[in-house]
Design a protein around this ligand. Structure first.
Ligand code: TPP
Ligand code: MG
Length: 1011
């Protein structure tokens, strides 16, 4: 929008009156009163009146009620960027009475006009600061408005008649006005003519940069941004900087050209139309490195990813090029991933700063934005292990597409982690490749917000929109973004408004759906040519130098291409985003293939039990109810038994002694949804005073982090998955197991399949409260069937390895357990770290069992030498005379206790054996075979409390049949198939329980039935 030109053409020149000399103090931020008027040189307010207004303004800022209502209204309008309309009768009336009462009545018309003009100019400045971005020239194509709307705010001075909006006239244009402290457009001047004020505001706010920041509710931060962009002459680049920028653009553009030439029909999601993204990222990294950053962790979608790998991370080109060879054989285990999903890790010297920098691009799935919280997790982990609590050494950069940034809810969830004490990564720089299209969908159909970036406003992140065809503006914005992050440690967004030169991918025809846009795109001169022409014209480079730069990079690509043909084998291991040196051997294999016993010494158990029962801080008053809980814990410790909560305490505490960090995150995990955990004690008398006894176990211990999360599953589980460190136990607990499905993408794309796709081990623990307890369709089932269905162990293959126990674990994609005793829960947590490799662990955790009197374990089951039991065989009367046993019931989890009780009631302890499956997947074929062989005459029953189409039946049935070689049936006992996970009717729940318990112990139930 070229409205400034229009404006200049309509306005006549008036001489500028000079005001008083610059008062540097005025440039400082608001702190008390600071206007000092010389009085006599004031052209439009008498000195005393001017002072008076200013003083009132500052008084108003402190307390709006301290000034007269009419001024309050003025200042409020001015501050809200609204306009004072002097013609409104009530305002006029009130102003007049105010002036009269303050001795200004002798020249009311003149004085009033002067005050109004002064305030009007302030309003005008504010209007540009708030709304200038709406008219900034952001679209390189010049056909769309980045804010979806071609509306020009009525308070921006686009034509001369708009001055009337403020009660100003053409004749005021050359009057000189004092500048408020909320602007830096004056540079060293503290007053400017109205004409110059408008011109400078236009320059700052309405050219190629659109600034959205006035919603930030921190004056210091707003001032900082205004100073960075408003100060005259800030956007100056040296010739050297311009040449570097040109060279980086050459690389960005020629890389895409090279791929297009060599593999014209291959998908690569090229960056054409936003080539400036490469120098933009490099500028952010250079500037951050200059300010002390040593490690940058990046997450990004498909668009331009290969280019980032090549020119930002600096992956060897031949490694990228060889990926295009369809005959390339995979050397690693696993199923691998397409080239534009793989990650990368690289340590190198930053050329701009000569400092060491590590860059990591995280592998990610197609699921747009899913990687965002994962990147935050990795960043948090790196900051944690470097002791970088303030984020001065490690930072994250997230890249986004415009459609995905606006559309995907996980973006919002991730933003909401950004300022939470246990989740913050101290500021992320977001870069949006806003090519104004998502696949075939126009922005007006893709979002309801003006910009794709509006989501960032919720956390007060400034948003810098910039026309991507102005590389210098982009570099400036990126440099400020990096400084912002370093100064305030808060998120910031750079919105690169660009275009997509080709279709969504290289095979797509965009003219089908965006004909007019693409007509324009076909005419669009590439940014490299535009910028090179500019630099050649102003003598910064010669045509010859430019051509040589191109030839040089083309040669590099050609040579790498030749070398790439020698690569016949692909090693996904070469694409790791975070290697674990020291954990695996040099070949990336586990250092051993055994797992030591998971028990710990009695002394250790006692010590942890005692601390878990205490308040290890002086003068700390806890709730009486909690005192009772702690006393019960002490009693249990004395009696050498544990319940669920204490068993968990023992496992976590034991790791801390060994220097293993434990992190437990999720909704309300500190107390525990079921009020059983109480890992954080709250002083009943001092607000916010808390104590975490687990952090008082030993003088020297690893820290324990337990943190209530925001009410998010996708974001928080994603972040937990990102905290992928070999020697840390990272647990995420769902409030109730079924809520995990709002994080399904993280489970499917990262946890279940992460290792197969990206050869990365991950030891995350998911704690999913599960159990049918009459609580209704929700709050009941953690949907174990889904985890089991995604388990990769073969139902038809009986494992033959001698080391089946460990090899099964090594080969599986995750472990699914449902423990029936606290001791086994303790052991499975311990095994998680003692294993020589890492696998995700899904634990179906109990609810009522947390307080079940039978669900207790003795220290004897946890002391040194004891270990996790994959199967807990029947060990009662039935086991003593197995040949007389009529039925073996196999089950898992809580239903065991119902079955045992019922068996006793029916006096069937000799006839019916009950064996518990604790590790469901990988399926303990070997141990179950022993059980089956032991009871040759018994019929075999799988009993579960879940409905037939959920729970475990579909998983265990074929595996049992593999064990018995299809010679014996495995009968089902449990609830009927159902659409909802559980009934909402308590009575129906109890009736169905009764019914399946009856069947379980009806020894004739399956007589005569075939299978
Ligand atoms: C969660 C998810 N939904 C749908 C898709 C399919 N998809 C791939 S790219 C794309 C368009 C993305 O548009 P944008 O975010 O603007 O990025 P651009 O391709 O324009 O760079 C879509 C819908 C996906 N990858 N992920
Ligand atoms: Mg897009």
């Amino acid at each position: 929008m070229n409205h400034m030109k229009l404006f200049a053409a309509t306005v006549k020149w008036h001489g500028i009156k000079t005001l008083r000399k610059p008062d540097i103090a005025r440039r400082a931020f608001f702190h008390g009163q600071r206007y000092v008027s010389s009085g006599t040189s004031e052209p439009f307010l008498s000195g005393s009146n001017s002072n008076y207004v200013e003083e009132m303004y500052y008084a108003w800022l402190e307390n709006p009620q301290s000034v007269h209502k009419s001024w309050d209204l003025f200042f409020r309008n001015a501050n809200a960027g609204q306009t004072y309309d002097p013609h409104l009768p009530d305002q006029l009336e009130r102003k007049a009475s105010f002036l009269q009462s303050h001795g200004l009545a002798q020249t009311p018309g003149k004085a009033e006009k002067l005050v109004e003009d002064h305030l009007a100019v302030q309003s005008l400045i504010r209007a540009y600061q708030i709304r200038g971005h709406h008219v900034a020239q952001l679209d390189p194509l010049g056909i769309l408005d980045a804010d979806l709307d071609s509306f020009v705010p009525s308070d921006l001075i686009t034509t001369i008649d708009k001055l009337g909006f403020y009660g100003l006239h053409e004749s005021d244009l050359d009057k000189v006005f004092q500048l408020p402290t909320t602007t830096f457009i004056g540079g060293n001047e503290n007053s400017l003519s109205l004409r110059e004020i408008i011109k400078r505001l236009e320059n700052t706010y309405c050219q190629h940069i659109g600034l959205e920041f006035m919603f930030i509710n921190d004056v210091e931060q707003c001032q900082w941004i205004r100073q960075k962009f408003e100060t005259p002459g800030v956007m100056k680049f040296t010739n050297e900087e311009k040449r570097t920028l040109l060279a980086r653009l050459v690389r960005s553009m020629r890389f895409e050209d090279f791929l297009a030439r060599k593999w014209s029909s291959e998908k690569r999601f090229g960056l054409e139309g936003c080539e400036v993204m490469i120098p933009a990222l490099k500028t952010i990294i250079d500037k951050s490195s200059e300010m002390g950053i040593e490690y940058v962790i990046m997450g990004m979608p498909h668009r331009g990813r290969l280019n980032v790998l090549a020119n930002v991370i600096r992956k060897e080109l031949e490694q990228i090029f060889c990926q295009f060879d369809p005959k390339l054989e995979a050397a690693d285990e696993g199923s691998g991933d397409v080239k534009y999903h793989l990650g990368m890790y690289h340590e190198r010297i930053n050329r701009a700063t000569n400092k060491k920098i590590t860059l990591s691009l995280m592998a990610n799935p197609s699921h747009l934005e899913a990687v965002d919280p994962v990147v935050q997790g990795k960043t948090k982990a790196e900051q944690f292990y470097r002791g970088d609590t303030a984020g001065k050494k490690v930072m994250s950069i997230l890249l986004h597409g415009d459609a995905a940034f606006a559309g995907q809810g996980v973006v919002y969830e991730t933003f909401h982690l950004s300022d939470l004490p246990s989740y913050t990564t101290n500021g992320t720089i977001h870069v949006v490749v806003n090519n104004q299209i998502g696949f075939t969908t126009d922005p007006r159909m893709a979002r309801s917000s003006p910009y794709p970036t509006d989501v960032a406003r919720v956390v007060n992140a400034p948003i810098f929109h910039v026309n991507a065809d102005d590389p210098e503006a982009v570099m400036y914005v990126c440099s400020v973004a990096a400084e912002w992050r370093n100064t305030f440690n808060k998120d910031v967004v750079v919105d690169l408004v660009c275009y997509r030169r080709r279709g969504h991918n290289e095979m797509d025809e965009p003219m089908f759906t965006q004909p007019l846009m693409y007509k324009q795109i076909h005419k669009q001169v590439p940014v490299l040519k535009k910028y090179a022409d500019k630099l050649i014209a102003d003598g910064t480079v010669t045509l010859q130098e430019f051509e040589e730069e191109i030839a040089k990079y083309d040669r590099i690509c050609e040579e790498a291409y030749t070398r790439s043909k020698d690569n016949k084998i692909l090693h996904i291991k070469h694409w790791l985003d975070s290697p674990w040196p020291g954990f695996f051997n040099v070949d990336g294999e586990p250092k051993s293939m055994s797992c030591p016993p998971t028990g710990i010494s009695e002394d250790l158990l006692t010590h942890i039990g005692n601390v878990a029962s205490s308040v290890p801080v002086k003068d700390f008053k806890i709730h009486a109810g909690l005192s009772r809980i702690l006393r019960a814990r002490l009693e249990m410790t004395k009696n050498r038994v544990v319940d669920w909560a204490l068993a968990e305490y023992m496992a976590f505490g034991s790791f801390l002694k060994e220097g293993i960090h434990v992190r437990l995150s999720g909704q309300d995990v500190e107390r525990g949804t079921f009020s059983h955990r109480h890992h954080v004690l709250h002083d009943q008398e001092v607000d916010k005073r808390t104590c975490v006894p687990m952090n008082h176990l030993w003088e020297q211990q690893a820290p324990y982090t337990v943190c209530n999360s925001s009410l998010s599953e996708y974001g928080v589980l994603g972040m937990s998955r990102g905290l992928r460190i070999p020697n840390a136990l990272v647990c995420w607990e769902a409030q109730f197991g079924d809520f995990h499905n709002t994080a399904q993408c993280i489970i499917d794309q990262f946890i279940s399949s992460g290792q197969a796709k990206w050869v990365r081990h991950n030891g995350i623990v998911l704690l999913l409260p599960h159990g049918m307890e009459g609580m209704g369709p929700e709050h009941s089932s953690a949907r174990p069937e889904r985890f089991l269905q995604m388990s990769n162990d073969d139902s038809d293959a009986y494992p033959v390895s001698r080391f089946v126990k460990i090899s099964q674990l090594y080969e599986c994609n995750w472990i699914v357990v449902n423990c029936s005793t606290p001791a086994n829960y303790f052991h499975v947590l311990r095994r998680q770290i003692l294993l020589p490799f890492r696998k995700p662990l899904i634990i179906l955790t109990p609810k009522s069992l947390l307080r079940h009197p039978e669900a207790k374990s003795s220290f004897d089951e946890m002391v040194s030498g004891t270990t996790f039991q994959r199967v807990i065989p029947e060990n009662g009367l039935a086991a003593q005379a197995p040949h007389e046993v009529k039925r073996v019931i196999f089950c898992t989890g809580k239903v065991y206790y119902d079955l045992v009780k019922e068996r006793k009631n029916q006096d069937l302890e000799k006839q019916v054996a009950i064996t518990r499956l604790e590790q469901i997947s990988p399926f303990p074929f070997d141990l179950l075979k022993e059980e089956l062989d032991k009871y040759p005459g018994a019929d075999l029953v799988w009993c579960q409390e879940e409905h037939k189409n959920s729970g475990y039946y579909d998983y265990v049935k074929p595996r049992f049949r593999t064990i018995v070689n299809h010679t014996r049936p495995i009968w089902y006992v449990g609830r009927e198939p159902a659409a909802a996970a559980a009934t909402g009717n308590k009575n129906t729940h109890l009736v169905s329980l009764r019914r399946f318990l009856d069947t379980a112990f009806n020894l004739e139930a399956f007589e005569g039935k075939t299978f």
